[in-house]
Design a protein around this ligand. Structure first.
Ligand code: SF4
Ligand code: SF4
Length: 387
């Protein structure tokens, strides 16, 4: 493919993160230690070089941007403090905003006042809608559906999911177009295509479920720190906690009468409680690492986008637990149960609507990038190394 050079690319990219790769002198230390760098791949050094030369299209088509877990190993070993790990994170932020057709992601990543204003506006709109739907806080008994009307809650949820889903689909189409058209052409012939697709899917699911590449990264754990404070476990807790809560909510919607009482050991409720604990643990550990700047270079620098995603996930998990305590307390109707309910659903809707535009979008792009990478690699017969 012809290579276009955009001299304004690096200054633009810098607006999406606090890194300075101008000191990079191409020594290759980062490539030597990166757990994803195999065979002929020179990752992340090659990505740094693309950015230095203004080769935006090359970087856009790089699977490595999405494969990187930000374990921080490369940044720890860079002799020029060029922070290649933060560079990779900034590239992800930049491309999340590039693939977003609404322009919302770019504003969220680059403007603090805009982010606060949007979050406040969404909160005011959701609180207003829900209080207008019912707003009767029965003092004798915790009657959540008298406080917020079930239909309003239902339609607000559908509307938010539809909007976020449409935006995510449009962004994904944009991502795929740029990503695939720059990959090497596949060999002709369909022989073994289904087997390759199945193997690629299996490899992707296994990698995502256990995040095994993290194990090869020594910087994901600070020396002397217990395993459960490693970046891998924190990330796994957040991911499985969120997925578990999603599953429990879906099961509740499918099989439980809205507003009806179920014991704590009712399977979807139990799943929700365990998943909520995992999410609360992972987000609390990550927030503490970021606040104290401990836990490796990946936690040393935090942008508003990091705080926003972690803070929302943490607040959703915590308000869910407060609500659960209110529901299962033997004493009737603690007034804070209504506040916890309102806070929980407003924050959950804010979180969902931001999925295509925030750091959360990496959870959509990464699986697709890994799947394509695995499939292309198998078709090209290079043992999983495409591009
Ligand atoms: S280790 Fe640092 S200086 Fe060396 S190639 Fe990587 S980013 Fe550049
Ligand atoms: S942060 Fe980790 S996975 Fe990402 S490029 Fe650096 S060493 Fe590789």
């Amino acid at each position: 493919m012809s290579v276009r050079v955009d001299p304004s690319f690096l200054p633009t990219l810098k607006r999406f993160g606090a890194f300075d790769i101008s000191g990079c002198f191409n020594c290759g230390n980062c490539t030597a230690v990166c757990p994803y760098s195999q065979g002929t791949d020179t990752f992340p050094r090659r990505m740094v070089r693309y950015a230095q030369l203004g080769m935006k299209e090359r970087l856009a088509a790089s699977k490595e941007v999405w494969l990187c877990y930000y374990c921080g190993e490369c940044s720890e070993t860079c002799p020029r403090q060029a922070d290649p790990g933060e560079f990779m994170a900034s590239a992800r932020r930049y491309f999340i905003s590039q693939w977003d057709l609404t322009g919302l992601a770019r504003r969220l990543y680059t403007s603090t006042p805009f982010t606060f204003a949007l979050m406040a506006l969404l909160a005011v709109v959701f609180v207003g809608i829900f209080l207008a739907s019912g707003g009767r806080a029965n003092p004798d008994k915790l009657d959540l559906l008298g406080f917020i009307d079930l239909e309003w809650l239902h339609y607000a949820g559908i509307l938010v999911l539809a909007l976020a889903g449409l935006a995510a689909l449009a962004n994904m189409a944009n991502f795929l177009k740029n990503f695939i058209e720059n990959l090497p052409p596949l060999p002709k012939g369909k022989e073994g295509m289904l087997r390759d697709a199945w193997e690629a899917l299996k490899g992707t699911v296994l990698e995502l479920a256990a995040q095994r590449k993290f194990v090869d990264c020594h910087s994901q754990m600070t020396e002397g720190e217990p395993w459960y404070l490693s970046r891998r476990w924190i990330h796994l807790s957040i991911m499985w906690g969120f997925l578990g809560l999603w599953g429990a909510t879906t099961l509740d919607l499918l099989f439980k009468e809205p507003g009806s009482y179920v014991p704590l050991w009712y399977p979807p409720r139990l799943l929700g409680t365990l998943a909520g604990l995992a999410l609360l643990y992972g987000t609390t550990a990550a927030l503490l690492h970021r606040l104290s700047r401990t836990g490796g270079s990946a936690f040393a620098r935090s942008l508003l986008s990091d705080w926003l995603l972690l803070g929302l996930l943490w607040a959703v998990a915590l308000s869910g637990f407060i609500l659960e305590i209110a529901v299962y307390l033997p004493a009737d109707s603690p007034p804070w149960g209504y506040a916890a309910f309102l806070m929980h659903i407003v924050l959950a809707l804010e979180l969902l609507i931001l999925i295509p535009f925030s750091k959360f979008a990496h959870a959509v792009y990464r699986p697709v990038a890994i799947l394509i990478h695995e499939f292309w690699g198998r078709r090209l017969g290079r043992g999983g190394e495409a591009g």
